[in-house]
Write a protein that binds this ligand. Structure first.
Ligand code: ADP
Ligand code: MG
Length: 682
């Protein structure tokens, strides 16, 4: 057709050209290949009816619409009322009494009889053939008619290069459909196609496309890993037994899971390529100690390490712990806080630059301009999921810029997280990351029992705190989350604090919140840790990492406002000592169905992995990972959870293609990632 500009339509849909448009796949299909007698149509089914318009008129009320009365062609002449809510003058002219039409939509019982609201209506004659292909419905934009998109895709299918990117032998071995054939069948399925399989996206054709997408992802991740392996890093070995001395000073021994994680890390550090490892372990599993042991080879080599935490409180806690463990070994640990000012700050910076300080702990302030290391060999990031990609990048740059390091050398990187990533996601999004898992808690922990309680019973709960604290236990009281404003959140915290102080005058009650100065916060936390406070009213500043083993009760106000992962993190602040711990989730009413579900998951599950799985199920992978956090484009067709078998297939095939079929790899990536790999830099 003259003037039809398929490439322009591709661009309107966000693609560079027709080669990309062929991967614009249908959301679903319409079956125009058969006519259903009106009497046989069931409500809720999408069917096509053929008939003759008996009457047509524009009704102005209640909403302007074109109303058609269609007499169906089969004997018995049932009638169908068709309401068109959006229509053009050209349609009014076409859809006149006497016109023969095919109407496709959902039949429902209406006021006058069967009706269809805003179906697809086509004018036909007795000889108009039924199509022999299902009609695709594409994702679109308002400015484009469905037919224009269909036509553009047809042109793209005819013109684009649909050569299979997989070598025939590999494709045959994997038992996958041929690419071009699969793509054509998805755009234009034959009328006898298994519509259920198509719709559910599990047909052989869909599997081929999903496999290709997952393969592209695996290939890019492997290429990124290859780039990283081309970098150098100092080989670090703990020859003098520093780690053994640290352990000998502790009143406990490593759990087998901690020992395994440590061994994996030490093996990485001894290699001349930078480590890129994630240490996963549920809250309270003892990641800090493993991190301390990871420092040993760097310190033994006379190099430096940086330990970064997302908040001041956490950084301070890490500092206290590491100083306690490392000082007896003659290693100096510095805490670089925003509160450190003037001469003290200049001195610390100078000693870091001179290499006198072995370990510097801090928030991301650690990586601001002005902080220079002499010889940074290892960077550890605690609670890594709380940092954005930009901050992680800054950290790498800092390593590259340390004065003793060669231009192509990087520090080793260890990230820690208590937010477990399910295996499927780890494989697809973090394939360039090695993962160590601490899958057991230190002995002697009692499981936390979680209660869900309406805020209506608040007074009763507060009254019971009195006896609880008198018996020597300590309590966290977590204030409601106010997402938009930490000023409002502060006010809520102050109100709860005042209420508790008034109700429990004989208890010592502290308050800690995000707007306090770092040293004020540290003082309150220290008092709580020392047992000088019975009860600590806190905002989510205590969310991660805070470690006060004697605290055994946590109350979370308006628990329904928090997400699953956050509640699990918060709850992990208790259950660290020998005393039976309890977490009370106070909720306000009315409770939304989603919130009710979250609270139930928390009450029933204690295991972080199981909770993460539920979280993933409730929120979907995009939300769960946070597209920005993962720094990676999300998958369009495949789903790492449901398509795990394809993901595993792609993962096994990728290395082989890279070594034996480099041309196939470039062809494949050109098709699936035409805009290159720039996003992988993070
Ligand atoms: P997380 O993994 O949440 O960061 P921490 O490192 O804060 O956990 O450890 C929680 C508590 O367990 C700390 O008080 C720590 O000293 C203690 N701990 C760590 N390892 C062991 C162990 N092997 N045996 C007993 N207690 C341990
Ligand atoms: Mg921790």
């Amino acid at each position: 057709m003259a003037g039809f500009d398929a490439p322009a339509i591709a661009r309107m849909l966000g693609y560079a050209g027709l080669d990309e448009l062929v991967l614009h796949l249908p959301l679903r299909y319409l079956d125009e290949t058969r006519i259903t007698p009106l009497a046989e149509a069931r409500p809720g089914e999408t069917v096509q009816i053929e008939g003759v318009i008996a009457h047509a008129e524009i009704q102005p009320h209640p909403r302007r619409q074109l109303l058609l009365e269609v007499e169906s062609i089969e004997p018995g002449a049932a009638r169908l009322y068709v309401r068109l809510l959006h229509f053009y003058p050209s349609q009014v002219a076409q859809l006149r009494a006497g016109a023969r039409v095919r109407v496709l939509g959902d039949v429902r019982p209406g006021f006058f009889g069967a009706e269809m609201v805003h179906p697809q209506v086509r004018v036909v004659n007795e000889r108009t053939p039924l199509p022999d292909r299902l009609t695709p419905v594409y994702p679109g934009i308002a400015a484009l008619s469905p037919n224009a998109i269909r036509k553009a895709v047809d042109i793209a299918l005819a013109r684009a290069d649909l050569t299979d990117s997989l070598p025939p032998t590999v494709r045959a071995e994997l038992g996958l459909a041929e690419f071009g054939a699969a793509l054509r069948a998805l755009h234009r399925p034959p009328s006898d196609a298994d519509q259920a399989a198509l719709q559910a996206r599990v047909s052989a054709e869909w599997r081929r496309i999903k496999f290709d997408e997952l393969l592209a992802q695996q290939l890019t991740l492997r290429l990124a890993a290859r780039q990283r392996r081309a970098l150098r890093a100092p080989r670090l070995m703990d020859d003098g037994g520093l780690g053994a001395r640290l352990l000998a000073n502790l009143p406990f021994t490593l759990t087998p899971a901690q020992a395994r994680a440590r061994d994996e890390i030490l093996r990485d550090l001894a290699r001349p390529q930078p480590m890129n490892r994630l240490l996963q372990g549920d809250v309270g599993s003892g990641k800090t100690l493993v991190a301390a042991l990871a420092l040993m080879p760097a310190l033994a080599a006379g190099s430096q390490a940086a330990v970064m935490a997302p908040t001041e409180i956490l950084a301070e806690q890490l500092h206290v712990k590491l100083r306690e463990w490392l000082t007896p070994l003659g290693i100096e640990v510095a805490w670089l806080t925003a509160a450190l000012k003037g001469k003290a700050r200049r001195d610390t910076l100078a000693r870091i630059a001179a290499g006198e300080i072995g370990v510097a702990v801090g928030t991301h302030a650690l990586f601001q301009a002005g902080v220079a290391f002499r010889d940074l060999a290892l960077a550890i990031v605690d609670e890594q999921h709380r940092f954005g990609v930009a901050q992680r990048l800054a950290l790498r740059d800092k390593g590259a810029a340390s004065s003793l390091t060669a231009a192509d050398s990087m520090p080793h990187l260890l990230m820690m997280s208590a937010t477990p990533i399910p295996r499927s996601l780890a494989m697809s999004y973090y394939a360039d990351l090695d993962v160590s898992v601490i899958d057991q808690l230190p002995p002697g922990r009692t499981p936390i029992s979680t209660r869900v309680l309406s805020d209506a019973r608040r007074a009763e709960l507060i009254a019971r705190l009195r006896g609880y604290c008198r018996d020597g236990a300590q309590v966290y009281w977590v204030c409601p989350l106010v997402e938009e404003s930490d000023k409002l959140q502060l006010r809520a915290a102050q109100a709860s604090h005042a209420e508790l102080v008034a109700a429990l005058p004989e208890l010592r009650i502290g308050l800690v919140h995000g707007r306090m100065k770092a040293d004020e916060k540290a003082a309150v936390m220290a008092a709580f840790k020392a047992g000088a406070l019975h009860l600590l009213v806190a905002t989510t500043v205590i969310e991660v990492g805070v470690d006060v083993p004697n605290a055994s009760l946590m109350v979370i106000e308006h628990a329904e406002r928090y997400g699953l992962a956050q509640l699990h993190q918060l709850r992990g602040r208790v259950g660290r000592g020998a005393r039976q711990s309890v977490c009370v989730l106070l909720y306000g009413t009315p409770l939304s169905p989603g919130a009710r579900q979250r609270l139930r998951v928390l009450r029933e599950l204690n295991d972080g992995f199981a909770i993460a799985r539920e979280d993933l199920r409730l929120r979907g992978p995009g939300e769960f990972m946070g597209a920005r956090q993962s720094g990676q484009q999300m998958l369009r067709f495949a789903d790492p959870e449901t398509d795990l078998d394809l993901l595993e297939l792609a993962r096994t095939v990728a290395p082989r293609l890279l070594t034996r079929h480099p041309h196939a790899v470039s062809r494949h990536l050109a098709r699936w990632l035409p805009r290159g790999l720039e996003f992988l830099r993070a």
